[in-house]
Design a protein around this ligand. Structure first.
Ligand code: SF4
Length: 457
């Protein structure tokens, strides 16, 4: 069988960085002559880009690898990414796959597969040992260059510009799985953005594992602000937004800089994790709640009611009622547009896993429910405020909801909205258009508001 006739099925788990890498690996396979097929029985190669952010992510990673092997026992199953890296380094867990590719080896996928096809007849066990390409993540000092020249989305592209993390929050395995923080050169990023803009992409989301440390390992004055400016200045790019940020990046100089970039979208995901200073210290989060509050104030001073979103962990080891109450009170004070609530997940190999005072699932869930209820109230309040002022939408895809045809898009604040399409309009002519108008209630479904354009033509 020649590589041209081979089929490959990919499954992604986890964050936007993983999604970017999966798309990039898909592109490598397509360029090498593979046909991409759904993750269903019959493929020659199954690739699972795994995730280790929680115990549930670990379990899903194992399940998908197992499912792949069952779908075609003679297929090559390739396990990639954070779960396998951490499993090999930290827990020594067996990974059910023919080829195991840790982080920093993903750009060699086709080469590794070619070698595997060549030596397929060798003993299976010997094969797995020799093809386990998990290098110690602590030795990952270079940014592994991967790129996309097209994307499955029509209007928006997530671009990975940074990998790894050197923060060592006490609950997190990512620094073990991805190695220390390293950045991609802005010239390489801009080249990729230019290629994507030529395919019709208008919105770029710059992402990384620890985006806030972007540029710290690069010489020549490269930093996140400069990267945003260069991305925004690329012909065809109308919008730039950022992935998750740590509060330390939000300085007056940074916020003043981004507020002067017209393409920059006022949507900030700032990871809080806890509103209690004692819990933050145990988490090794390197900021206090009042420092975090000050960063939110700065953003609100330079942007008119930006969308602030965050992550919070409930039931961190030793979290007392009083500490939880501090978090609840902090969230009430800041009023995020959205709070993603995670119940603490004990990750073997981390410092937090060894802490005393591990809480029960019941306590974690009760506290999570309290914050989720508050999130609903805050989200609605923010959307109501937005509905009172002009909005701008980038139209992305057609969707039929309740028998009605809509074009779905996002506002600059990343609010999902739907614009009804009349019978004489073609959705192809609407896709990629940026329109000004207003959002209103109720939307066609729970997650979507209605958008009404001021002028359509
Ligand atoms: S900043 Fe903390 S939570 Fe985020 S990836 Fe790094 S260690 Fe993990």
């Amino acid at each position: 069988m020649t590589a041209r006739r081979r089929t490959a099925a990919l499954h992604n788990l986890g964050c936007k960085v993983n999604a970017y890498e999966t798309e990039s690996m898909q592109q490598q396979l397509e360029e090498a002559g593979y046909t991409i097929v759904p993750f269903a029985p019959g493929a020659d190669v199954y690739l699972v880009n795994t995730c280790t952010v929680t115990n549930i992510a670990d379990r899903k990673s194992r399940q998908m690898l197992h499912r792949a092997k069952k779908m075609n026992p003679s297929a090559i199953v390739v396990a990639v990414g954070c779960y396998v890296q951490a499993a090999m380094e930290k827990t020594g867990l067996a990974v059910e796959a023919d080829i195991i590719i840790g982080n920093n080896q993903k750009s060699r996928l086709v080469e590794i597969l070619d070698e595997f096809w060549e030596s397929r007849r060798a003993a299976a066990e010997e094969e797995q040992r020799s093809r386990t390409l998990v290098t110690q993540s602590s030795t990952h000092s270079q940014y592994e260059e991967m790129k996309l020249s097209r994307t499955s989305e029509h209007t928006r592209a997530y671009i990975k510009v940074q990998d790894g993390c050197s923060q060592y929050c006490t609950y997190c395995l990512i620094p073990f799985a991805r190695g220390k923080a390293r950045s991609r050169r802005s010239a390489d990023v801009v080249r990729e953005v230019r290629d994507l803009a030529r395919t019709g992409i208008q919105e770029i989301v710059l992402t990384g594992i620890h985006l806030s440390s972007y540029g710290k390992d690069l010489e020549g004055g490269e930093d996140l602000l400069r990267l945003i400016r260069e991305t925004a200045a690329t012909e065809g790019i109308e919008r730039v937004r950022l992935g998750s940020l740590e509060p330390g990046i939000i300085t007056e100089e940074f916020v003043r800089g981004i507020s002067g970039i017209k393409e920059f979208c006022p949507h900030f995901h700032l990871s809080l994790q806890s509103g209690s200073d004692t819990v933050l210290r145990r988490m090794n989060r390197r900021y206090t709640s009042s420092e975090f509050e000050e960063r939110c104030r700065l953003l609100r001073a330079f942007f008119d009611d930006p969308a602030l979103t965050t992550d919070v962990i409930t039931g961190f080891p030793g979290e007392t009622e009083e500490e939880f109450e501090q978090t609840r009170g902090f969230l009430e004070k800041i009023r995020f547009y959205e709070t993603h609530v995670f119940k603490y997940s004990k990750r073997e190999g981390t410092a937090a896993a060894r802490m005393s005072g591990q809480l029960t699932e019941k306590v974690k869930s009760e506290r999570s429910d309290v914050l989720l209820a508050m999130n609903e109230v805050n989200r609605k309040a923010y959307e109501e405020r937005l509905a009172k002022r002009p909005a701008e939408i980038l139209l992305e895809e057609e969707k039929t909801i309740g028998g009605e045809k809509y074009m779905i898009g996002h506002t600059r604040e990343y609010i999902r909205a739907a614009m009804p399409v009349s019978s004489d309009e073609t959705t192809a002519s609407l896709r990629g258009r940026i329109l000004k108008g207003r959002i209103s209630y109720p939307g066609p479904d729970e997650e979507t508001l209605i958008f009404t354009a001021d002028i359509r033509d």
